[in-house]
Every structure is written in C-alpha cells, then in structure tokens.
Design a protein around this ligand. Structure first.
Ligand code: ATP
Ligand code: LTN
Length: 342
C-alpha cells in the first residue's frame, strides 16, 4: 500500500506557552482560568505546548526556603496531574533555564519606565504589600516577556488578569523587531471565554486568590470533596432566590460561571435546571461538579508527588528541551544587539 508520507504539506503546529507561579496552593480560579486550558491544548494535536513553573517570579514575594522548595515540586507535579503528557509537552522549571533571566535584562533595556508604571498588577500588589515593593515586582513583566519571547509561541493561555502583561510583551517585541528586524514572533493571549475570572466565594467582587487570608474564599485544587462541599455551602450569595445571572448578583453570577464552565451548560440552561429550587440545591450541585472535576487531578497528584525520583527525571528532561529552544533565541538576540562571542 502506498503511504502518504508527505509531512511537508501538513500545517505546522501552533505553539503554546504558559507558566504558573508556585506561590501558594493553586485554586479553582487558577484551574478554570489557566490550567484547564493548558490541559485541553496539551491534548490537542494541533498544538505544541510548553509549560513552566515560574519559580523566579514567585520570589517577588518573600518565600520560606523550605516551603518554597516543596511548592516548586508540587506545582510541577500538578502540571503533570492535570493530564499533560511530558512526552508530548515540554514541562520545565523556569529557574533551571538561565536564558530567561538573561533575556529579561536585555528586554528591560527596551522597556520604558512609563509603560511599566501602568501595569495594574504592580499597582495592586504594591498596595497589598506596602512593606515589600521590590524592584523585581516592578520589572516582573520583563521576565514574563522573556519567558514568552524565548519560545516564539503563537498563543499564551492565561486568565484575564494577565492580559495586560501579554500586551506589554507584544509592545516590547514590536519595538525590538522594529530596530533589529523580525527576531520575535508576536504572541497572542488566549483567554478562556468562561472561567477567565473566578471570584472569591466570600467576597465575590474580588478575584479568587490563593493568597487570600480566608481559606473559605477559595477552593484549592487539592481540596477534598467534603471541604469543597463545605466551602460551597458557605459561599456568599444574595437575598433573592432565583438561580439566574443578574446585574450586581456577584455571588450567584460567580457560581453560575463555575458550574457552567465545568458542565458546559449555558446560563439559560442552568437557570432552567434550577427553576423552582433553592440556593441550597444549587450550591450542592456546584460543589459536586467541582469535586468530580478535581477528583482525578487529586488522585494523579498523589501518585506523582510520591515518586520524587521520577519527578526529577521528568523536569530534567523538560529543562533540557526548553533550554535547547531558549538558547537559540537568546543567541540571535545577543548577536543582533551587537554582543560578541555568541
Ligand atoms: P495571586 O492570587 O496570589 O495573586 P494568581 O493566582 O493570580 O496569584 P498565578 O498563580 O500566577 O497568580 O496565576 C496563574 C494563572 O491563573 C494565570 O494565568 C491567572 O490569570 C490565572 N488565574 C489566577 N486567578 C484566577 C481567577 N480567580 N480566575 C481565573 N483565572 C485566574
Ligand atoms: N505572571 C503570570 C505567570 C507567568 C506567565 C509567564 C504566564 C510567568 N511567566 C509567561 C504566561 C506566560 C501570572 O502571574 N499568572
């Protein structure tokens, strides 16, 4: 039989890159806003995916060394647990690929102080932690731009709050390309239509955040079903009784968003499903849907985290593949700028 082996006519795969910080217990917000997309894209043969644990970014906030070490590894294990196959995706640890910090310095010299000062994350985080407004927190987007531009991705899956950082990455890339020619590919933020902004269960006008002081405000990806049900039961809603999206109904809107993202149901379908039923029923259904969605992740995680040797073997292999790609881009950049010996 004649086999069609003409791979040259296949459309090239689109490249995807994203990172996640090991800065705390990851939440349902991180999962629905970012990780669920990482996994879906990782399984799609149309994409070639590169994901990293952004440990360098995490030290913009003071970290306890022992806890930090454990969290870097557990975040890496979580990336594997969402169903990513390390044979198909490159999964690595940012600090193990020194090209990230090297490129970050170069990019910082092509970033204007004024444009960096407009980053809302910097403004928010410096207000939240006035005792440690460090320069790393300010220049954070240059490191993120380096993470992205080293790999020339087509798409960067992130939650809504990171859109501005992808935009400044594009501005920096365009500026650099304008001077030196086409060095960087223009990346596009890939933001989920639903789930891009999961809100706190206790203050649903605020984003669900792993750094929230109140653990009832967020659901951890590794929370047990009983905990999930308990937190859902306590979720702040309103004094009305209908399960439907409405202006100012932050709590209910958030729960409908979570339920819809997991079940694939539209807000109208959710409304019909719970017509004539109370908030109690609805919250229980949301809790069950979340617990079921997270169950396989928690089970995979327990398997991965118990084999540290295998985890190290996997991240070493990922680091090496990432560095191979990163080195090529960095070399090109250094040569273009005029450094010698590259
Ligand atoms: P913190 O809450 O401590 O400020 P974070 O969770 O926002 O941190 P990361 O861990 O770096 O920060 O976020 C990882 C990814 O999860 C990002 O793409 C971010 O956009 C997404 N994300 C974080 N929180 C939410 C949320 N509540 N809803 C949707 N996506 C989110
Ligand atoms: N800043 C991001 C994490 C992050 C990232 C990246 C995301 C670091 N480097 C590169 C996408 C691409 C955050 O806080 N969520």
């Amino acid at each position: 039989m004649c086999q069609n082996n003409n791979s040259s006519i296949e459309t090239p795969k689109k490249r995807v890159l994203s990172c996640i910080q090991p800065s705390g217990m990851l939440t349902l917000g991180n999962y629905l806003g970012a990780l669920k997309n990482f996994a879906a894209m990782g399984k799609d043969p149309e994409f070639e995916c590169i994901y990293a644990v952004a440990d360098l970014h995490a030290i913009t906030v003071r970290q306890d060394p022992k806890e930090f070490r454990a969290r870097i590894l557990s975040t890496y294990a979580l990336l594997l647990s969402i169903g990513l196959d390390p044979q198909k995706a490159i999964i690595f640890i940012q600090s193990h690929v020194p090209e990230h910090t090297q490129l970050s310095w170069v990019l910082s010299c092509y970033t204007q102080f004024g444009e960096m000062s407009r980053m809302t994350q910097f403004k928010d985080k410096s207000k939240k932690r006035p005792e440690n407004v460090n320069v790393g927190l300010f220049s954070y987007p240059d490191l993120m731009a380096a993470d992205i531009l080293l790999y020339n991705p087509d798409y960067v899956p992130v939650g809504e709050d990171q859109k501005q950082h992808v935009e400044i990455t594009r501005d920096i890339a365009a500026r650099f390309n304008g001077i030196y020619g086409d060095v960087f590919k223009m990346p596009e933020a890939y933001i989920p239509k639903v789930g891009a902004r999961v809100m706190s269960l206790q203050d649903p006008q605020k984003k669900m955040s792993k750094s929230d002081e109140n653990p009832n405000a967020y659901i951890g990806i590794l929370d047990k079903p009983e905990e999930i049900m308990r937190k859902m039961k306590r979720a702040v809603t309103d004094s009305q009784s209908t399960v439907e999206v409405g202006e100012g109904r932050y709590g209910i809107n958030n729960l409908i968003g979570i339920y819809g993202t997991i079940t694939g149901k539209t807000a109208d379908e959710v409304k019909k499903e719970f017509e004539g039923r109370g908030y109690g029923d609805f919250k229980a259904a949301v809790g069950e849907a979340v617990a079921e969605e997270l169950r396989p992740i928690r089970e995979n995680y327990e398997r991965f985290i118990s084999d540290k040797g295998e985890l190290e073997r996997l991240y070493r292999a990922g680091d090496e593949m990432a560095e191979h790609l990163a080195r090529r881009t960095l070399r090109k950049v250094m040569k273009k700028v005029g450094f010698i010996g590259f």
